[in-house]
Design a protein around this ligand. Structure first.
Ligand SMILES: *[C@@H]1O[C@H](CO)[C@@H](O)[C@H](O)[C@H]1NC(C)=O
Ligand SMILES: *[C@@H]1O[C@H](CO)[C@@H](O)[C@H](O)[C@H]1NC(C)=O
Ligand SMILES: *[C@@H]1O[C@H](CO)[C@@H](O)[C@H](O)[C@H]1NC(C)=O
Ligand SMILES: *[C@@H]1O[C@H](CO)[C@@H](O)[C@H](O)[C@H]1NC(C)=O
Length: 403
């Protein structure tokens, strides 16, 4: 590439001079705005950049937009409502009740034209996002995985540096502003003795037949945990669900990320004194032990450290009434523990760090969504939810399409 650039510029002294002064300019294609990820947030940003006639590009590793929704949610039913009728003609009012559409001037690009279901299929979201990008002619580079992002200090840049993005083929791009819309994609894992026996939500079977007559323990208390339970409720012997804290119901908290009524079948059977149950414990204190029949026993880490080997030797104390249910053996343990932001492509010079305590899974940003570590790096979409976590809907399409 360096060679061809030299050849190209050889005939023109003016450009040759520019090349000599700014080698990076000639070597790396430059964009004012680079967007990482063609999910809902990346496409929404692209739409506004395009309308404002800005110089931008979106990088997408998959061959189409919204690829997260090709796989998730595993049981395919979205919990964002598709309210097609409100009895009102006011478009703004109607949009408030439409949790899936992105903003655009094209009335055909409303989610109500893509699904008749109140809780739509995730495949319809993939189709919708594909149409959104195509019909609006958004500039997306598909099949382009950005493998590394670093800084190039430069006094000419408005913020003192350019962002250098390198793709899987080694092609580098230079950007003045970097907009990160990669979502949360790394399954959260909790480490404890025996955690290797836990099957993750992202890969566990979704065929109910695989769970017939089994005792199942689910770790987690969010929508993915209850979605998983709902799917196998009718075929298991029982399901126990274990999480650090009390289940929060969205109809009580008004927070859409809490447990939604559509997923609460297990609560129903619990309240009605079926065999299923909810338990509370800090997952970090747990240990799982496999007995000689391959069954899994839950115990506490400190008991495991005191004893040495067999499951019997480390059973929970018999007089511990709170833990009565955990004394049974499980056939399977499933982890549904949420997602974290993938920090791995960002060079340490960007100082993109994770938030504290409650917002560890999110990159640390200011109220303006700009990273605390690098000027000109902004986080969009669900990965920016630390700004209004548990307070508002900024982590969801019907929230972040406005922010
Ligand atoms: C992306 O890759 C897939 C297969 O790997 C291919 O079918 C598709 O045409 C590619 N798309 C683009 C825009 O290069
Ligand atoms: C994080 O992103 C990198 C680069 O795309 C990828 O190689 C890696 O597998 C991702 N990590 C996880 C845990 O998904
Ligand atoms: C566990 O093993 C260690 C050494 O292997 C031994 O010293 C200790 O007494 C054992 N503890 C129990 C409760 O058997
Ligand atoms: C981070 O960037 C610096 C300078 O650009 C480079 O020397 C270093 O290897 C990069 N680190 C990683 C992990 O790629």
């Amino acid at each position: 590439m360096g060679l061809s650039a030299t050849v190209l510029f050889w005939g023109s002294p003016g450009l040759l001079l520019a090349f000599a002064l700014h080698p990076a300019l000639a070597l790396h294609p430059h964009r004012d705005y680079c967007v990482l990820g063609a999910g809902p947030a990346g496409l929404q940003m692209a739409y506004f950049l395009q309308r404002a006639r800005r110089d931008y590009v979106v990088f997408e590793r998959s061959s189409r937009p919204g690829s997260f929704f090709l796989r998730y949610p595993r049981h395919r039913k979205l919990i964002s409502i598709n309210k097609r009728y409100t009895g009102k003609a006011n478009a703004e009012f109607n949009l408030r009740h439409d949790w899936n559409s992105l903003l655009s001037h094209d009335p055909q690009l409303l989610f109500r034209h893509y699904s008749r279901a109140y809780f739509p299929d995730a495949g319809d979201m993939v189709r919708y996002l594909g149409d959104f990008a195509d019909r609006l002619g958004l500039r997306v580079l598909y099949n382009t995985t950005i493998a590394h992002v670093t800084l190039d200090k430069d006094g000419q840049a408005w913020n003192g540096h350019y962002f250098i993005l390198t793709d899987q083929k080694g092609q580098a791009y230079r950007c003045s502003v970097l907009l990160v819309a990669t979502g949360l994609s790394v399954p959260n894992q909790v480490d404890f003795p025996g955690s290797e026996y836990v099957e993750g939500y992202e890969s566990v079977s979704i065929d109910p037949e695989d769970f017939e007559g089994q005792n199942v323990l689910i770790l987690g208390r969010g929508n993915s945990a209850f979605e998983t339970a709902e799917n196998i409720l009718g075929v298991t012997n029982f399901i126990h669900m274990l999480s650090r804290s009390r289940v929060r119901l969205s109809w009580a908290t008004h927070y859409v990320g809490d447990l939604r009524a559509i997923n609460n079948g297990l609560l129903d059977t619990y309240q009605l004194k079926s065999l299923d149950g909810l338990l509370e414990s800090d997952l970090e204190d747990l240990a799982l032990v496999k007995d000689h029949e391959g069954k899994l026993h839950v115990t506490l880490k400190f008991l495991l450290e005191e004893a040495n080997q067999s499951a019997e030797a480390i059973a929970l104390p018999q007089d511990d009434n709170d833990n009565f249910a955990l004394r049974v053996a499980y056939d399977r343990v499933i982890g549904c523990l949420g997602w974290n932001f993938n920090f791995s492509i960002f060079n340490s010079s960007l100082r993109l760090s994770s938030g504290g305590a409650f917002s560890k899974k999110y990159p640390l940003v200011k109220a303006s969504y700009e990273s605390k570590g690098s000027r000109g790096l902004f986080v969009l979409g669900t990965a920016s939810h630390s700004v209004d976590y548990r307070k508002s809907a900024g982590g969801f399409i019907h929230g972040f399409r406005y922010t």
